[in-house]
Design a binder for this molecule. Sequence first.
Ligand SMILES: [Zn+2]
Length: 156
Amino acid sequence: MPAMWRTDRWPALVSGTGCPICIRGVPNDLLLDVGVAWVTAQPEAPLPGYVCLVAKRHVVELFDLQPSEGQALWNALTRVARGVQAATGAIKLNYEIHGNTVPHLHVHVYPRFAGDPFEGRAIDASAATPFSRSTDDLAVLRAAVLEAMADPAAAS
Ligand SMILES: [Zn+2]
């Protein structure tokens, strides 16, 4: 059990009053605003091309979303993932939803590669030696996600 769950901070994190994303108004390392969510990408990441899709509205669980919000988030995730795949040439994408540290709904998007540090197993981001990404790397990633967001063929 994460230590965070045992602290007095957990109820405020869940309600949003103590949520660092909500307090700040926007998540750290913002790459792109995709309407229903933000896409973040920090300079150091567990895998090249890693991004995180962060819901704009503070909800903890998927079932806290209104159906239209859930559909919009899913559509955004689909397009963001397509952009990450295009930017990285990943052979597979992995998606993870946890919220055990910051319970503001977010989806980790991990591009996977032959020979990546987690080949043949699940990603353990806490054990990873991070990959450094330059400003140019992040610009390429942003451009690919933007292109995927605008692709009418990806519309549902
Ligand atoms: Zn929040």
